[in-house]
Ligand binder design. Structure first.
Ligand code: AMP
Ligand code: FE
Ligand code: FE
Ligand code: ZN
Length: 279
């Protein structure tokens, strides 16, 4: 019981991670994790392969997602768990995100081109070495590195792709409210992702007043004291707690799978809900 650790936040090749869902599950087993949720940005497609694979390996996997949302013009990440991954309303919101990304990616490439950096969607796919299901800024950043325009992904964000930079495009937004509504309609639970990273105090307060079920108290490489603050806030509100590494593989080499995790009581709660949801 005591050595139970489950990582509830990581990304696969179906979004901007560099490990396939099968590789994530194998890595989790190798590291001694007892549970996992793959939380790709705006897609549940990883579960087409991850669910059968986890069953074969008799490994506990709970469906999850990290939705990109927006509140008063600011970006907010919402983690969802324990819903049936191909619930029609989840699929529908993922499709809206896919359209949003297609439009935004084209705009980003137009801007890059206008400042003397010609890059096509084909270049972006080629640089990643595989067919991409979801294209996001990290993939464009990777292409900029591979083509020698910048030396690191961080630099690509710092110089071109980050908020307010020359090739930054906000794109259309999907609200936090709409995201919560969708997750709840699919019988899922919604958590504020990495509240540690929200700088704007007003946004923090507003989110804590919304219809979330919990927050991601244990995150990434944050230490015990920094997580403790969020544990206390969750307790005070009577909210659930989630936790995970936000592992992306080689794209974020300083973060390892299992660097943050939740204990069995938190994991079992999600697992019971998921099992009930697919009865
Ligand atoms: P997108 O969803 O296309 O807007 O891309 C957002 C993703 O880009 C985040 O989830 C991170 O994985 C990554 N990202 C954002 N800012 C940075 C940064 N400064 N350096 C590296 N990766 C970043
Ligand atoms: Fe990411
Ligand atoms: Fe995030
Ligand atoms: Zn993430």
């Amino acid at each position: 019981m005591n050595d139970f650790r489950a990582d509830l936040h990581c990304h696969s090749t179906f979004s901007d991670g560099t490990c396939t869902p099968q590789e994530l599950i194998e890595l989790a087993i190798k590291l001694g994790l007892k549970g996992l949720s793959i939380t790709d940005h705006d897609t549940t497609l990883a579960y087409t392969v991850a669910l059968p694979y986890s069953q074969d390996r008799q490994f506990d996997l709970i469906p999850g997602i990290e939705f990109s949302a927006s509140h008063e013009g600011e970006s907010v990440h919402v983690l969802g768990y324990a819903f049936p991954p191909f619930h029609p309303q989840i699929i529908d919101l993922c499709a809206q995100h896919s359209l949003r990304r297609d439009f935004r990616n084209k705009e980003i490439l137009k801007r890059l081109s206008s400042i003397g950096i010609p890059l096509t969607l084909e270049d972006v796919e080629q640089s990643s070495g595989s067919k991409l299901e979801t294209i996001g800024r990290p993939h464009i950043a990777n292409a900029l590195v591979k083509r020698g325009y910048v030396s690191t992904i961080k630099d690509a964000f710092r110089l071109y792709l980050g908020e307010g930079k020359s090739a930054y495009v906000k794109g259309s937004a999907i609200s936090v409210e709409k995201t919560l509504e969708t997750l709840h309609a699919a019988n899922g639970l919604a958590f504020i992702a990495h509240p540690h990273l929200i700088d704007n105090p007003r946004l923090k307060f507003q989110l804590l007043d919304m219809n979330f079920d919990g927050l991601e108290a244990y995150y990434g490489t944050f230490n015990r004291e920094e997580n403790e603050r969020w544990v206390n806030i969750a307790r005070k509100k009577g909210w659930l707690m989630s936790g995970g590494s936000d592992f992306h593989g080689d794209i974020k080499p300083n973060v390892s799978l299992g660097s943050s995790w939740v204990s069995q009581e938190h994991f079992d709660l999600l697992k019971q809900l998921y099992l009930k949801n697919i009865e």
